[in-house]
Structure formats: C-alpha cells, structure tokens
Design a protein around this ligand. Structure first.
Ligand SMILES: Cc1ncc(COP(=O)(O)O)c(C=O)c1O
Length: 381
C-alpha cells in the first residue's frame, strides 16, 4: 500500500521546536507567556495593519468578533451559505439568527448582488435590518471586501471577515482579514499554517482588540482578587501553541507559493479535460489556494456521480479528498434558517471535490493523484 496522501496536514518549518524549547527552559508552560505577545506582534507585521489577539480557535475569534460587533439576542446576521459551520455557529452562540446567502459561481464566495437585492427589499419592506455580515473567504478565495463594505455601510451592517481559510491571500494587493473592522483566522491542524489548534482575532481599532483580550481572559477586572463585572470566556491561546505559531509564521509565504504551485500542477495535468473545471480565481485577488477544488461533470446529477466515483477511487488508493462544504441551508441544524438565492451552491456541493493540497506533496504524488482521477473517470464512461 502506498503512503497516504493527505488533504492538508501539518507541515512544520523547523524552528517551532526552538521556540517550544525556550518556553520549556523558562518554565512558561502556562496559559500566558512571552510567546503570545511576540506571536501577535509578528502576525500584525505580516498583515501590515490591525491589532491581533491570539485565541484558542478560529471559532473563538469569530465569536469575539460578533460580540464586539454588538450582535445579541434577537438580531439577524447575514452569513455566507457555502462554508464550514464555524462561520455560522457563533451567530447562534450570541442568541442571534443566521440568514444565509447563496454563493456566486464565478468566485464561490457570497453573491454580493443577491445580498444587495435582499437588503434593499428588506429596507423597502420597512422591517428591522440584519445587524452584521459574516463574509467568508472560501478556500482562500479573497472576497471583494471593498464592495461588501460599501453594501454594509449603505444598509448599516457591521462587517466581519471570516479569513480562517485565507491567511496569505490578497485582495487588491492587501491581506484578507485587514479590510473589515473585525476579522478572524484559524490555525486548526488542516490550515495553511497551524498551531495544532488556535486562532487570531484581528481588530482595526486597538480599543476593540483590548476588549477582545479582556473578554478572552474571563473578563477579569483589574483587581488583586478575582472580580468580574461582565461575563467573558476562556479563549486565550496558550504560550506553547503561540511558540508553534511563531515558527509557522516564518514559513507562511513559502506555504502560499507551495499551495499555488500544487494548484498549477493539477491544472497543468488535468485542465484540458472536459470533465473537470477548477475553482476560478477572483479577478482582483491572489488566492492562497489553501485547498485545490474542482467541479466534476456537467450538471448536478452527473457531476455528483462522477465526483463520488473519483472520491471513492482516491480513497481506495489511500488518497484523501473531500466534497466541497455542504451549504448551511442544507444542514439539518439550520433547517429553519432563511436562505437567499436560487441555490447555485447546491450544484457546487454536488459536483465539487477538494483535492489533496498537502504542501509536502511531490511531483510524483501529484502524478499519482491525477492518474487515479483519470482512471476513475475512465471507469465511468
Ligand atoms: C471558514 C471557516 N471558519 C471558521 C473556522 C473555524 O476555525 P477553528 O477550527 O480554528 O475553530 C474554520 C476552520 O476550521 C473555517 O474553515
């Protein structure tokens, strides 16, 4: 049996152990320690703007962002429909309700025309407006954040960027996660860089970053004893994980190039085939290509059959792949949530597959994956 080829597994750069060694030498095996502010400052330098707070997960960062955006019980939050559930679950943690908006097949990101039409109809109807927009940069594809921000300004919504998958992606030459007042990144084990688990909260306003840091450390008042005037969370990143993050940040630029090279390698090998269509790149963006995604077949029905045949054949050859995210409006847990759009993302889900995008893959691994895909497709014709 061949070695397993993974979708996206941790890829250490080498200096992570040195940073961890320092933490051990100084006995900073504690939740707080010097690697945390160092990681935050280095991350700020990478982004070029904003104030960072290292937290336990991307989900925690999104939860803090919604709380700071003033989202509370009874509010509505408009959210990308084609995404991982963690974009939407913090909406519910805040007692608010998600309203899901379809994806634009040209980018796979939230359809801004559908959003604008929905908000304009809501305003004409005279009812209460949603409080915020949760905008996801899907699979590293940068959204047109400028256009989204203009819509949010017009209709009075707070904008939150879910940049969990897009670290290192650029929109109009600028890092995603730096456009909205509030944003979140993830360092989950499958992300472009990882701490094993963790996230980064980003605010453009320092006072909001300070507030997030306070809330993430149980909202402890400045007093010698433990005193709390409001409720917070245990959301801070640990010193040991920040040590890993510092080492990973040193290789981030290299990982982006490796991910993009993998995408180019797939397109070179398979791009001319009529049965496959790769996820496009947004015109004003440079995606990190966290995962190489492709659609199979011509329509939802035949594409689903082909995509499943390919997925199962890859698994048979010890190669990991995964269907594109199942849209939120199709999730049983959100069966009652409103959905805006014709359901273009249902076809992306039916036909879409995330291909192995592990930065440790070699040219021979790419050949192996593409050979298996070809055989699977041939077996179906
Ligand atoms: C789009 C998106 N949002 C949020 C998250 C949540 O991040 P975490 O797993 O670090 O909580 C993830 C990834 O896991 C994600 O892919």
């Amino acid at each position: 049996m061949h070695d397993r080829i993974f979708l996206s597994s941790p890829h250490m750069g080498g200096s992570e152990l040195n940073y961890i060694g320092q933490a051990f030498a100084d006995n900073y095996i504690a939740p707080v320690g010097p690697h945390i502010p160092a990681f935050e400052r280095e991350f700020e330098a990478f982004l070029g703007q904003g104030h960072c707070v290292a937290v336990a997960s991307g989900t925690a960062a999104l939860h803090l962002a919604l709380r700071l955006a003033g989202v509370g019980p009874g509010d509505e939050v408009v959210c990308s429909d084609l995404t991982f559930i963690a974009s939407a679950s913090p909406v519910v943690y805040q007692g608010a309700r998600p309203v899901f908006v379809d994806a634009d097949p040209r980018t796979w990101n939230l359809d801004l025309e559908a959003l604008e039409a929905h908000l304009s109809a809501r305003r004409r109807a005279g009812g209460p407006m949603p409080r915020a927009l949760m905008l996801v940069h899907l699979y590293g594809q940068p959204c047109d954040v400028g256009a989204a921000a203009a819509i949010c300004a017009e209709y009075g919504l707070a904008l939150v960027e879910d940049a969990a998958e897009s670290l290192g992606s650029l929109h109009a030459g600028r890092q995603t996660g730096t456009f909205a007042p509030l944003a979140a990144f993830s360092f989950n084990g499958n992300k472009i860089i990882t701490c094993g688990g963790g996230g980064m909260f980003v605010a453009q306003d320092k006072a909001q970053a300070d507030k997030a840091r306070f809330l993430a450390t149980q909202a402890r008042d400045p007093a010698p004893h433990y005193q709390h005037s409001e409720l917070g969370y245990n959301y801070r990143m640990s010193n040991l994980l920040a040590a890993v993050g510092r080492g990973q940040l040193e290789v981030l630029a290299e990982r982006v190039e490796q991910k993009r090279a993998l995408f180019a390698g797939y397109r070179e090998r398979l791009g001319a085939e009529p049965w496959i269509e790769f996820m496009p790149e947004a015109p004003s963006g440079r995606a990190n290509r966290w995962l190489t995604c492709a659609l199979f077949g011509d329509d939802a029905h035949s594409g689903y059959r082909l995509r499943e045949a390919v997925r199962l054949a890859l698994e048979e050859e010890n190669i990991e792949s995964r269907p594109v995210w199942k849209p939120m409006h199709m999730q049983p847990v959100f069966a009652d949530a409103p959905f805006v759009g014709p359901g273009a993302d249902e076809e992306l889900f039916a036909r879409g597959l995330c291909l192995p995008s592990d930065t440790k893959m070699t040219e021979a691994d790419l050949d192996r994956v593409c050979g298996a895909i070809r055989r699977a497709v041939k077996g179906q014709s």
